[in-house]
Design a protein. Structure first.
Length: 167
């Protein structure tokens, strides 16, 4: 009898996981639809967000952090530099090193893009959810953050650059 209950619980958890994945994926896609047209490739976004978060770094440091070859990172950084989104400055103590950082124009683009996505989300929250539902949603934010932060022991310290097909 307890084995049947265990199987039922596992089945409900599996169903919940699938529904959560689909719902979050749909929400993320809808929010992204409201970003500015001509947004960046995933590699460019990743570099811009890392530079925004971590500050000036070298191409080698970016490549290690993103688990890509330095040559590939140089191409990504060069494209961002050509668009005027990042700029490089030589290290005063080691002229062989160049530290890249976001330009003021890039910071404004990121701010404006976020504002457009947040504006859509605020309008959706107002139109689709009653006040008590918005309160319920607010209460789930910590739970969603805890799920997002989960790292199984077998993955901690492992290489995360492996891509698996999404279904």
């Amino acid at each position: 009898m307890s084995r049947t209950l265990g199987t039922a619980k596992a089945s409900r958890l599996s169903t919940l996981a699938g529904e959560l994945r689909v719902s979050i994926g749909k929400l993320v896609r809808r929010v992204r639809e409201h970003a500015h047209p001509g947004d960046f490739t995933s590699a460019q976004k990743s570099v811009l967000l890392r530079l925004e978060r971590d500050g000036p770094v070298t191409v080698s440091t970016l490549a290690r952090a993103e688990s890509v070859r330095p040559q590939s990172m140089r191409v990504t950084v060069a494209s961002l530099e050509k668009m005027g989104l990042v700029s490089g400055e030589q290290d005063p103590t080691d002229g062989r090193q160049t530290f890249f950082s976001l330009t003021a124009a890039c910071r404004e683009i990121l701010r404006s893009s976020r504002a457009a996505r947040e504006d859509w989300l605020v309008r959706a929250l107002q139109a689709q959810l009653a006040p008590h539902e918005r309160e319920q949603l607010a209460a789930t934010i910590d739970l969603l953050n805890r799920l997002a932060d989960f790292q199984p022991a077998t993955l901690q310290g492992a290489h995360h650059g492996t891509q698996h097909p999404r279904v």
